[in-house]
Design a protein around this ligand. Structure first.
Ligand code: G3D
Ligand code: MG
Length: 338
């Protein structure tokens, strides 16, 4: 087995940056309990590399237990608290576990989305598949988010792909890259000479979280041709469970229209929609007029998760849809749990 260790190290670097002061250490451990890679965080408790060996001793017995559950196929994610530290274990494909060590008093809610995302990426690295080591910055969907409490339920409830399909719509001005994003995601290819057509195309795509034993089936509605828009707007926007608000980082008015028009209109048509805010075309860095900070501030204001993408290079496109799927799983669990 040859693992791209450079990529693994880069990914951990991004993971560390995402978690900031919360992180004491992050380790990628194989199923024999062997540490494949690790790094210490910037938390005050992360004094030196010694912590890694200490962590290793702690991790070993826990891993033995987990390995059993692994084999029975029941392990996905688990947490484990000691007096000084909190551990999050995320299964990362068949071969690895991502172990995240946090300060004992650290909140876990904001860490989980990153841990899932990192674990998914590590699984791909172990598989030898292509994956970007970059972990996009996510603005918390809401401060009262309690993913942890629902985690046990997540383990139990399986979302069966054949039973549930979620309507996903895209909002945003013309030419911001909505259709290109969908094409990227659905076919993983970018058509440079894509021509606007008239009507709505509807595509299916499944987004699977092995670790959560969940599959989200998106039915993506993409409206082509701005002229048609007014007439079909209502049926297009309503009854949607998921939506992506897209603006172009090189076009300020497309950004302003998210706040002025798109957000309100979509919320009105589909009040319970799970939404994601996307700043697209980041490959055009020299033409950028809307900064990442501005995107984040808007996301915070609207309590949305924010991601920056390029439909041209494919950067963060899969992650964007994944983050949305994760929100849906959470929403779904919340309603099921009542
Ligand atoms: P829309 O569906 O939001 O209207 P489209 O937008 O997907 O049709 O894209 C509009 C134009 O932007 C297209 O250019 C497309 O190629 C381009 N585009 C989309 N995403 C990106 C991106 O991430 N980076 C760059 N550089 N261009 C992008 P054309 O020239 O084909 O009209
Ligand atoms: Mg389009």
């Amino acid at each position: 087995m040859s693992v791209d260790t450079k990529k693994l190290a880069a990914l951990l670097g991004w993971y560390k940056q995402s978690l900031g002061d919360n992180l004491v250490a992050a380790l990628v451990v194989n199923r024999d309990g062997l540490i494949m890679d690790s790094l210490v965080g910037s938390s005050e408790k992360s004094l030196d590399e010694e912590i890694i060996s200490g962590v290793n001793a702690l991790v070993e017995p826990v891993l033995t237990r987990i390995t059993k559950e692994f084999n029975s196929g029941s392990f996905g994610t688990g947490t484990f608290d000691t007096e000084d530290y909190r551990f999050i274990f995320c299964e990362s494909g068949p071969e690895a576990v991502l172990v995240t060590v946090l300060d004992a008093i650290a909140g876990i809610d904001s860490v989980f989305p990153y841990a899932y995302l990192a674990a998914e990426k590590i699984a791909r690295i172990f598989d030898g598949r292509t994956v970007s080591p970059v972990i996009p910055k996510l603005v918390a969907e809401s401060s009262t988010d309690t993913i942890q409490r629902r985690l046990n339920k997540l383990q139990k409830v399986k979302i069966k792909s054949r039973e549930y399909a979620f309507k996903l719509i895209l909002g945003g001005d013309g030419a911001v890259g909505k259709t290109s994003m969908v094409h990227r995601y659905v076919e993983n290819e970018f058509e440079t000479d894509y021509k606007s057509t008239i009507g709505t195309s509807i595509m299916k795509k499944e987004c699977t979280f092995k670790e959560l034993e969940s599959t989200i089936r998106f039915i993506i509605w993409d409206l082509a041709g701005q002229a048609q828009f007014k007439r079909v707007r209502q049926s297009y926007l309503s009854n949607a469970e998921a939506g992506i608000l897209v603006y172009d980082v090189t076009n300020r008015s497309s950004f302003e229209n998210i706040n002025k028009n798109w957000y309100l209109e979509i919320k009105k048509a589909s009040p319970n929609i799970a939404l994601l805010l996307v700043g697209n075309k980041i490959d055009l860095e020299s033409e950028r007029v809307v900064s990442r900070d501005e995107g984040e501030v808007l996301a915070q204001k609207l309590t949305l998760t924010y991601i920056e993408t390029s439909a041209k290079t494919g950067e963060n496109i899969n992650d964007a849809f994944k983050m949305l799927a994760l929100q849906i799983i959470r929403k779904f669990i919340e309603t099921q749990a009542l």
